[in-house]
Ligand binder design. Structure first.
Ligand code: AQP
Length: 347
């Protein structure tokens, strides 16, 4: 019987996070995740960012569109400020350690844990018999993505909190099952004014790349006119903005627009509400549209420029994958040794 070892061991701070190239990046991805990725990189922390294409195929993807979306997401990361020399930027399928550890974690995670994942319930809906097994197992692969690097911190939007709790449970169970203190217990980094950006059509639904309505989201590829139009048409209400955040309690669409403003302007929602107390949406929305265009247009233009050279994007992803593999391979090899796999193949 292995003895549970829970001696706290210092793991060096290492950031890992990913985004699925299951469509174009949205303002939700940008404010909830990408902005944080850039901040962490600029703080000088070791940062590893991954386009999780293996997660994307948990729902069927047209191969040509998947390739395009992966390159476009890479362009989005770079345009938003990720420097491939300082951060490791790559696509998941080029580093096989992820799926290898993912399988091992499938054997660690419990069915009961997976069944409680609300994102699976939301995505599968009434169709749970017909969705892929991969969609169900997704959070175990996500835990492997993080643990293949022994990452300690994961910047994410609010919707990923439960998956990170599962990652912690898997790491704890692995450490206990094998009597080791091998994996760190990861900390979610959920920061900023817009950790859950909501749909522009319905303030109770998350803004999502896969929402059938393009009007529900701002894409990082939208031009200035489209961004301004989508914000002007965003669902709101007939009341003026209140003078405290409490006044937005039952006004999800208004709250969402205030949060988006705050995140884009690098202010707190309270500062925005103080500035716009008493303003009608006829005043607030154009101000928000101008701000969004000012912040997003340079990113869109740079993405367009980068997408003209897909071979260069592929080169960056390949170089990032080689650096990622150099970290993950020895970790996964140690996992094989811990769990009792023979590794005698000559390389
Ligand atoms: N609306 C959002 N607000 C704040 N953060 C968000 N994120 C996604 N949507 C929002 C954060 O972006 C990171 C990458 O998410 P993902 O694309 O890998 O998966 P997702 O959460 O399932 O995003 P989508 O847009 O809803 O994708 P689809 O439609 O393909 O399922 C995560 O950190 C997430 O929190």
């Amino acid at each position: 019987m292995p003895s549970p070892v829970q001696t706290p061991q210092a793991f060096p701070t290492r950031i890992f996070s990913g985004i699925q190239p299951s469509g174009g990046l949205t303002l939700g991805n940008y404010l909830g995740a990408l902005q944080r990725f850039v901040e962490k990189q600029d703080e000088g922390i070791e940062t590893i960012y991954c386009l999780v294409d293996m997660h994307a195929i948990t729902t069927w993807q047209d191969p040509a569109k998947l390739r395009h979306a992966t390159r476009e997401a890479a362009a989005g990361f770079i345009a938003a400020g990720i420097d491939p020399a300082r951060s490791i930027l790559f696509n998941q399928s080029q580093v096989t350690a992820h799926v290898e550890l993912g399988w091992i974690f499938n054997c660690v995670a419990r069915m009961g844990w997976m069944s409680r994942m609300t994102q699976f319930k939301d995505k599968a809906g009434k169709n749970s018999e017909n969705v892929s097994l991969g969609l169900y197992a997704y959070p175990a692969l996500m835990a492997a993505d993080i643990m293949a690097y022994k990452a300690t911190h994961v910047p994410v939007g609010e919707d990923q909190k439960q998956h990170l709790e599962l990652c912690r449970d898997i790491a704890i169970k692995f450490n206990n099952d094998y009597g080791v203190n091998f994996f760190p217990i990861v900390e979610p980094v959920i920061e900023g004014a817009a950790t859950r950006v909501m749909s522009l059509r319905d303030g109770t639904n998350k803004m999502s790349k896969s929402d059938p309505s393009d009007q529900s989201r701002i894409n990082l590829t939208d031009d200035a006119d489209t961004i301004a139009k989508k914000i002007r048409k965003a669902k709101s209400d007939a009341d003026a903005l209140p003078d405290t955040l409490d006044g937005l309690k039952d006004r999800p669409e208004a709250r969402n627009l205030v949060n988006i403003f705050a995140a884009l302007a690098n202010l707190s929602p309270t500062q925005v509400i103080t500035q716009y107390a008493g303003a009608q949406f006829g005043t607030f929305k154009p101000a928000l549209a101008d701000l969004a265009v000012e912040k997003l247009s340079p990113i869109t233009s740079e993405m367009t420029r980068l997408m003209k050279d897909p071979a260069e994007i592929d080169r960056i992803l390949g170089a990032g994958a080689a650096r990622a593999d150099a970290i993950a391979r020895p970790i996964v090899d140690q996992v094989y040794d811990i769990i009792g796999m023979i590794r005698s193949r000559q390389v």
